[in-house]
Structures are given as structure tokens and as C-alpha cells.
Write a protein that binds this ligand. Structure first.
Ligand code: NAD
Ligand code: IPM
Ligand code: MN
Length: 367
């Protein structure tokens, strides 16, 4: 049987720095576990704009559609801030999500024991935390029409449209209920049904899908602003959270800090099954290109490495190898390996991106 295929899109800023460590991890699995991938690489974001004048070429898009999974680093940076919207680095990522129809974005927030003191919240509030945010990723205000900046009289008006169809809400809620059944069987759906019609529809459809297909799962509803507050007040009350594109973006950055650092959070963006039964899939860290630390060897590669672990689990049915990799990350953190973003109040000497990669490979060797 042919090797499974991976397309790597390192992107901008710290994207290539953290992806270099992922490539070493991929090579380790090839050399030690007989898990060999056909790996190809292409450009996305500002890197693609610089070379081709577009944040994603049609050829790269076509490759992403063909492979078994895509791994992406990060896109964007101040250099591109003034570009027209149509060619901004972020458009490359949004095009991948939309055209691959990656409607279900899984953003786990897990607090590793060794980091429970590094969160900005108190130890007991985050220790043992393990929640999963399921963010709708291909619709809502990110893609709704009309949009744009228009002139009305003598002033400009900025317009974006929040729009959800029943079927878009139904499919992402099914994905949340399915996940909940494999976890603690609990889903909390977040919207603003008190002020938005799209929120009313969201609440109704999630409830209907629940009642018809997943009555065994415990379902609750919460306004998203209260949800943000509850996430920092008592995050362990949640198991799976399902929410729309924009609320999911914000709530997942909020959840990131519960784990100690944005540099820890992986994600999987999943679509419909392909002909080979695997879901269309893109894996990427939740963080961005971190222009403030680019080129300094300070980036934490763990979010990107854990994103590859999610690929092993969700695309390649390699749950044991995913456990092995997650275990290696847990081990190095327990041993005290810390990149600069993981320096607690007591300080210490941080290790570099590459040294964190070295430590994880050594832990894999030792496992
Ligand atoms: P960011 O996530 O890049 O950085 C926020 C803060 O977290 C910075 O202080 C950064 O140094 C720190 N940080 C992020 N990742 C880290 C890591 N792995 N290790 C250590 N520290 C880390 O968010 P931003 O500054 O708001 O955005 C910068 C650019 O990235 C923008 O152009 C934005 O559009 C883009 N962005 C891209 C993605 C993506 O590609 N998926 C996600 C978010 C933001
Ligand atoms: C994320 C990012 C993206 C988003 C940007 C870069 C398009 O913030 O993946 O969380 O807003 O979805
Ligand atoms: Mn974001």
C-alpha cells in the first residue's frame, strides 16, 4: 500500500521554526515505528505572496485537496498588514479551510500537570483541565455576504454578515456530540441567542440534533459572553464546547491561557470523509506567526508537534503513536524543559525551539 501523504505548509514568522521540529518528529516515526509518510512542502501566506503574488497558489490548493493531511505552521505578519484583503496572508488559510470544507475545528485545551503553576489562573482551577472546543470553521461572520467597506453619504461603513444555515449548524453539532460520546458525554453550546437571530437558530438546531440523535449526551446552552467568564472562573465544568466561527476563535485563545501558553495548543480542522475513508484534514497550532519573537529561537514548538499527534490520531488511526508522542511531551515538561513562554514567576533559563525538539526526540527514544 502507498505511504500516506502529508503536505507541509510552514508559512510565516515562527511557522517554519516550529515546523522544522515537527519534521524531525515525523522522521523519528519513520525511522523507529515504520510509519513513513510521503511528505511534500509548499508555500502559504506571506511566503507565498512574496514569491507568487498570492497567499495560496491554485497548485498548492490542488495539492492540499489531494493529500491525506495538511500540516500548517502559521501565516501573517506586520509586513503584510497594509495589503489588500484579497491577498492578505490570512486569506490563504481561509481559502484552505473553505475549499476543503473543514467545518469542524477541534481545539483541545489540556493543562499538563507540570504546567499547572504556569497558567495565569490558580493551580487548582486549571490542574487536570481537559476540554475540547469545537469551532465551526467554514461559515458565520468570517464568510457571510454582504461584506466590505462602502461609502454611505460622506462616511465609510464596514460590513460583515453573520449567517448560518441549519445544515451548517447540524453538521458541526453532530461532530461535537460524537466527540462527547468518546469523552465525558457532555456538550455545552455557546451563542448569543439573546441578541442574534443566528444564535436563536443555532440553539434550536443543536437542541433538535441532540433530541433526535444524541439524547444520551448531556447538553446545556450558554451565552458566549457568560461562557468566556465561566472559562476563566471554573473551566473544569466543561467537557466539549461547540460554538460558531468567531466565538470559537476568541474562546479558544482564552482557553489557551488556561494551559499555560498559547504555544501549547494544537488543532485539527476536519471535513467530510474522502474516498479512502479519511476525513479531509488540516492540522495547525492555534497560535499565529508571533512576529515579536520570530528568528530568535524562542518559539515553543509543542503546539505544532501536538498538532501532528492529532494528525496521527484523527487522520491515520495511529492512536497508540499519538499517545506516545503526547506522552513524550508530557515527560519533557515534567523534567523541567521550558521555552521562554513557559517561564513561571520563579524564572529560570529557557531552552530554544531546537532544544525543545531535541528533548522531545530524546523522550521518544527513551519511551
Ligand atoms: P500570535 O499567536 O502570533 O502571538 C500572540 C502572542 O503569543 C505573542 O506574544 C507571541 O510571541 C506569543 N506566541 C504565539 N505562539 C507562540 C509560540 N509557539 N511560542 C511562544 N510564544 C508564542 O498572535 P498575534 O500576534 O495576534 O498575530 C500575529 C500574526 O499571526 C497576525 O498576522 C495574525 O493574523 C496571525 N495569526 C495567524 C494564525 C494562524 O496562522 N493560524 C493564528 C493567529 C494569528
Ligand atoms: C486562528 C486565526 C485565524 C482565524 C486567522 C489567522 C485567519 O486567528 O486560526 O485562530 O481568525 O481563524
Ligand atoms: Mn485565532
Amino acid at each position: 500500500m502507498a505511504n500516506p501523504s502529508l503536505l507541509i505548509l510552514p508559512g510565516d514568522g515562527i511557522g517554519p521554526e516550529v515546523m522544522a521540529e515537527v519534521r524531525r518528529v515525523i522522521d523519528w516515526f519513520g525511522a523507529n515505528k515504520g510509519l513513513t509518510f510521503d511528505v511534500s512542502e509548499d508555500l502559504v501566506g506571506g511566503a507565498s505572496y512574496d514569491k507568487h503574488g498570492t497567499p495560496l497558489t491554485d497548485a498548492a490548493m490542488a495539492k492540499a485537496q489531494e493529500v491525506d493531511a495538511v500540516l500548517l505552521g502559521a501565516v501573517g505578519g506586520p509586513k503584510y498588514d497594509d495589503l489588500d484583503f484579497s491577498v492578505k496572508p490570512e486569506r490563504g488559510l481561509l481559502r484552505l479551510r473553505k475549499e476543503m470544507d473543514l467545518f469542524s475545528n477541534l481545539r483541545p485545551a489540556q493543562c499538563f500537570d507540570a504546567l499547572a503553576d504556569f497558567s495565569s489562573l490558580k493551580h487548582d482551577i486549571v490542574a487536570g483541565l481537559d476540554i475540547m472546543i469545537v469551532r465551526e470553521l467554514t461559515s458565520g461572520v468570517y464568510f457571510g455576504e454582504p461584506r466590505g467597506i462602502h461609502k454611505e453619504g460622506n462616511e465609510r461603513v464596514g460590513i460583515n454578515t453573520q449567517r448560518y444555515t441549519e445544515s451548517e449548524i447540524a453538521r458541526v453539532s453532530r461532530s461535537a456530540f460524537e466527540l462527547a460520546r468518546k469523552r465525558s458525554n457532555k456538550v455545552c453550546s455557546m451563542e448569543k441567542a439573546n441578541v442574534m437571530e443566528s444564535g436563536v437558530l443555532w440553539r434550536d438546531v443543536v437542541q433538535e440534533i441532540h433530541d433526535a440523535e444524541y439524547p444520551d449526551v448531556e447538553l446545556s446552552h450558554m451565552y458566549a459572553d457568560n461562557g468566556a467568564m465561566q472559562l476563566v472562573r471554573a473551566p473544569k465544568q466543561f467537557d466539549v464546547i461547540v460554538t460558531d466561527n468567531l466565538f470559537g476563535d476568541i474562546l479558544s485563545d482564552c482557553a489557551a491561557m488556561l494551559t499555560g501558553s498559547l504555544g501549547m495548543l494544537p488543532s485539527a480542522s476536519l471535513g467530510l470523509p474522502m474516498a479512502n475513508g479519511r476525513p479531509k484534514a488540516l492540522y495547525e497550532p492555534v497560535h499565529g506567526s508571533a512576529p515579536d519573537i520570530t528568528g530568535q529561537g524562542k518559539a515553543n514548538p509543542i503546539a505544532c508537534i501536538l498538532s501532528f499527534a492529532m494528525a496521527l490520531r484523527y487522520s491515520f488511526d495511529e492512536g497508540d503513536n499519538a499517545d506516545l508522542l503526547e506522552g513524550a511531551v508530557q515527560q519533557v515538561l515534567a523534567d523541567g524543559a521550558r521555552t521562554a513562554d513557559l517561564m513561571g514567576p520563579e524564572g529560570g533559563t529557557p531552552i530554544s525551539t531546537t532544544e525543545m525538539g531535541d528533548a522531545i526526540l530524546a523522550a521518544l527514544d527513551a519511551a
